[in-house]
Structures are given as C-alpha cells and as structure tokens.
Design a protein around this ligand. Sequence first.
Ligand SMILES: C[S@@+](CC[C@H](N)C(=O)[O-])C[C@H]1O[C@@H](n2cnc3c(N)ncnc32)[C@H](O)[C@@H]1O
Length: 214
Amino acid sequence: MPTGANHGYRRNTMGFNRKDGFYHRAKREGKRSRAAYKLEELHRRYRLFTPSARILELGAAPGGWTEFIAGIVGRRGLVVGLDLLPMAGLPTPPCRLLQADITATDSPERIREIAPHPFDGVVSDMAPNLTGIRTTDEARALEVDRAALALARTVLRPGGFFLIKVFQSPDLAAFKDELCARFDGLTATRPEASRKSSAELYLLARGFQPDAQD
Ligand SMILES: C[S@@+](CC[C@H](N)C(=O)[O-])C[C@H]1O[C@@H](n2cnc3c(N)ncnc32)[C@H](O)[C@@H]1O
C-alpha cells in the first residue's frame, strides 16, 4: 500500500485531499506511511510502548507503525507484524513478519509458532477494502475488529493493552461493550493526523482480564 492510500470510510468525498500535509511530511521524512503519525501521537498521549516490550501488530503493511514500534521496543523487544500483504526491509530483531488473513482459523497458531509467549500489547490498524456499500463495509469492518479482539484474547498477557482502529457504525456500541467486558478501561480517541474526512477512531482498551474461557 503506497503512502497516502486510504482504507477509511469517508464522511464525505467533497474536498477529500489524499495528499494532505501528513502525506507530504511522510514523503519528506522517508516514512513508510502517513499512518505512522497517528501512532506517534497516540503514543505521546498514552505511553503505549516501552523498551523490550512484545507487541503484536495487525494490519501492518506497509510498515509505518512497525518501524515506529520497533524503534521503541528495540532489539530486546518483539514486533510481530501481520498483514494480507507482504512486507520487507524491517529490522530483525525486533520485527517478525507474517503474511496472513486475521480471519483465517490458523492465524493464532501461526502467531504462536513465531511467538509462543504472551504479548504486552496488540495494536490493529486494519481496514478492509471498501465496496462503497455502506452496510457491507460496516459489516466487514466489524468482522475484522471482532477477529482482532478474539485473537488479542488468546495472546495478551493479563493487564496487557489493545489498541484498535474502528469506524463509526450502528454496531460500534456493541463492540465497545465487548471490550469493556474484557478490559479494565476503555478510551475512544481520534488523532489529529486522522484525515478530517475519515470516520475512523481508535479504541484503547487497557488492563486485559482473561477469564476462564480465555
Ligand atoms: C491502513 S493499512 C495499515 C497501515 C499501517 N498501520 C502503517 O502504518 O503502515 C491497513 C492494512 O490492513 C490490512 N488488512 C485488511 N484486512 C486484513 C485482514 N483480514 N487480515 C490481515 N490484514 C488485513 C490491509 O492489507 C492493509 O495493509
């Protein structure tokens, strides 16, 4: 996915500027994606990553977030970056890359093969390809969100965090309830670097509480 590609629902298409200030900044600064600025901002606000941390990243291509996280966790940490698309050129350690579909039943097993120990955090910037049919797109987005949560429940350590990009939709409240049932606290936030026209927001769930079924 080239820098500046957009998988986000648009509030409107009038005035949508693919090549906004963050796009040009990403080009100038040699970033893999403008999305990196969103994560930088969220990290400044919430101190998500620490040296040596173990992070699972869902929807990682082309690697803007991966690069940022790797710079903080360092060689003693781990970033497993999963995406449908191939990625290359990221430092090993701490990066390990997995080309996979989050909704495939063998994804948890493939992640455990790479990283058998629990993760401190799971982050997801996934966005399915859009059809333009609102109800279909909302259902697809929620399908990957629920797959991400199901996966997070199997790989997070107790007390770990889960950050996920979501799109506003009528079913979002139910998804938030699912998060609240598993985590101590939930914060909904929108970085400045999100396009003004996008209906995306990020949910940060902290304090994972596994239950007997996890
Ligand atoms: C907005 S991009 C991520 C950008 C990334 N955070 C960065 O900074 O470079 C969304 C990614 O989600 C991936 N994706 C969408 N559906 C997926 C799925 N079912 N399984 C795995 N990855 C998926 C897409 O292939 C795409 O690369």
